[in-house]
Design a protein around this ligand. Structure first.
Ligand code: ARG
Length: 586
């Protein structure tokens, strides 16, 4: 609910009180945005609900409320319509004044939260004993976006990557490092990082082909877990190798810096976790394994399902590590909200560990742990995106493909338009458009759905795409160039006059950013921001087609320039929260 709605709600409750007595002052006036802009901006539906209780016709009730309602500072004369709706239309002067306020506000009308919390966003959290592939895209992009938005709202955000840096997958890599690069274990020089992808492939080849090597890999895991120094060193080198190669891609994607605190970090804490669960009488021995029985999870026979915390061989698993992380985040990090942008296939895992976290008393009512699941990236065939040979597509190849596509497109446009541009310009535009297109295509979907990855779609200049949005921004900047106008110098006191419908529609939309941010803070759906920005571009384009800006007479000219500037600033801010950079020209 935005500030305007808040005020209207209070006024409606006052009117309810005046019309029907003090019992009605806390009744929800059921104020919602109007179903059709023809009827106004908001409508209050409370009269329909009260009909029974008051034993009167809804229209009559609505009329009595309206008779007592004073919204003259915000709205035109309220109207009773249909079966008993109260329609409210914002006054132009009110909108003008509100716009004036956000024009002077670097935060564009989104006040910092009154209730700042300590928040951890657990991302991108890949398993690093693998080469980076398409499956690593969504956690990085969604986690980065949610972190940016929550931080902007004013919370204290820690980005923590719970990397899978421990366990069996490392055996193969350690064994291969020891076999193929023994010098890495003795010299202080680091391996050539360009080797990483071939390193993985070679290791896998050896593993698949040679039973002795497989045994060496298993031994490596045992030695690693026993804390053997040489093995630990090899493990560290493999982790560094991965981390650094991953970082190159995160840089390319423009993912903000995060802390790496992987599974290995919690190793030493695992026995304590088991001990505490035991003390709290939550642990049950089941076929030698230590488990916690869960409510609401049953196997096919309908028997309660246990969550294994320590295996019968004494080893710990993914769940145990995550329990240690929950405990650490609450007790040491003193966190109030933890967000896990992780694929939907781990929904049960999170429901289970959160349940155990609550049973153990780590997750109390004043801390919120949320899994924000997402769907898959699919190929044209509706299956997980794969290469022709059936492997997961490498993330680097996926991004390079988008950049190459964007490059071909800009080169074609330059030629058609007879423009002269430097190589540097072309390179930069292709890079920004290519990467933004991939990110935007991901974020603009409802997070929980899977989507089909298509360069044609995501790089189209029309539709709900990054290029379209970037182009809208470029358009605003073109106005400032054409008119030799420095938007920053328009002044916070520049007068605003709204006359045309397209101006009013744009103005109302500009005033809704705060509300959108509030929604995203709650439901953690970045596509709401994409949708808002898409609508903004659309409303701006309609305004721009209908209303001359530079050729208008004062005071309309300045007022329209302010609308252009506000649109530009909102687009720039909104895109930056999606992790997308704008271009001045493209
Ligand atoms: N490494 C895991 C994977 O790639 C994701 C980890 C998510 N974070 C967590 N705390 N479990 O599947």
């Amino acid at each position: 609910m935005n500030a305007t709605q808040e005020q209207l709600k209070v006024k409606l409750q006052k009117a309810l009180n005046a019309a029907f007595g003090a019992d009605y002052v806390n009744v929800d006036p059921m104020l919602v945005p109007a179903s059709n802009p023809k009827f106004g901006d908001y409508q209050a539906n409370v009269a329909l609900v009260l009909a029974k209780q008051l034993g009167q016709q809804p229209r009559a009730i609505a009329q009595q409320i309206v008779d007592k309602l004073d919204v003259s500072d915000i709205c035109k004369l309220p109207e009773v319509a249909g079966p008993g709706f109260i329609n409210l239309k914002l006054k132009t002067e009110y909108l003008e004044a509100q716009l004036q306020v956000i024009q002077a506000d670097p935060r564009l009308g989104v006040p910092p939260t009154q209730n700042p919390k300590r928040v951890i966003v657990d991302y991108p959290s890949p398993n690093i004993a693998k080469e980076m592939h398409v499956g690593h895209l969504r956690p990085a992009v969604i986690g980065d976006c949610l972190s940016r938005i929550i931080e902007f709202i004013g919370h204290d955000v820690q980005r923590i990557s719970h990397v899978g840096d421990w366990g069996t997958p490392f055996g193969m890599l350690i064994a291969y490092l020891e076999e193929a690069y023994p010098e890495a274990l003795t010299s202080t020089e680091t391996l050539n990082l360009g080797d990483l992808s071939s390193f993985y492939r070679q290791a896998k080849k050896r593993f698949d082909a040679d039973a002795n090597f497989q045994e060496a890999a298993r031994q490596a895991v045992v030695k690693l877990q026993a804390g053997d120094e040489k093995t630990l060193l090899a493990w560290k080198i493999v982790c560094q190798l991965s981390s650094r190669a991953y970082q190159v891609i995160y840089n390319l994607l423009g993912i903000a810096p995060f802390i790496e605190r992987g599974e290995s970090f919690y190793n030493a804490l695992l026995p304590e976790v088991v001990e505490e669960l035991d003390k709290k009488e939550l642990l049950v021995e089941n076929q030698g394994a230590k488990c916690v029985f869960l409510e609401g999870f049953t196997n096919r026979e309908g028997e309660p399902l246990p969550l294994i915390v320590q295996k019968s061989d004494g080893g710990y698993n993914y769940a145990a590590t995550d329990l240690a992380a929950i405990r650490y985040r609450v007790e040491v990090d003193k966190v109030q909200r933890v967000i896990y942008p992780v694929g939907a296939e781990q929904t049960n895992h999170f429901a289970q560990i959160f349940q155990v976290g609550r049973k153990a008393g780590w997750i109390t009512d004043d801390v919120e742990f949320v899994h924000t699941p997402f769907g898959l990236v699919l190929g044209d065939d509706g299956q997980k995106l794969k290469t022709r040979s059936g492997e997961a597509v490498r993330l680097e190849d996926l991004l390079d493909g988008a950049i190459a596509y964007a490059r071909a497109d800009i080169e074609k446009r330059i030629q058609q338009e007879g423009r002269e541009e430097t190589q540097e310009f072309i390179h930069n535009v292709a890079q920004v458009i290519g990467i933004s297109a991939v990110k935007y295509a991901d974020l603009s979907q409802n997070r929980t759905s899977s989507y089909i990855f298509s360069y044609d779609k995501m790089l189209a200049l029309k539709g709900n795409t990054a290029p379209y949005m970037l182009y809208a921004y470029v358009r605003t900047q073109g106005i400032s160039r054409e008119g030799h106008i420095e938007f920053e110098k328009l002044g916070a006191d520049a007068q605003i006059v709204l006359r045309e419908d397209t101006e009013l529609t744009l103005a109302k939309h500009l005033l809704q950013l705060d509300e959108v941010m509030g929604e995203i803070e709650k439901d953690l759906l970045p596509n709401r921001l994409c949708e808002y920005l898409y609508q903004l571009s659309d409303k701006f384009n309609k305004f721009y087609e209908n209303c001359p800006v530079l050729k208008a007479e004062e005071p309309v000219r300045t007022s329209r320039l302010v609308l252009c500037d506000l649109t530009a600033r909102t687009l720039k801010l909104g895109l930056s929260l999606l992790g997308i950079k704008v271009l001045e020209r493209m």
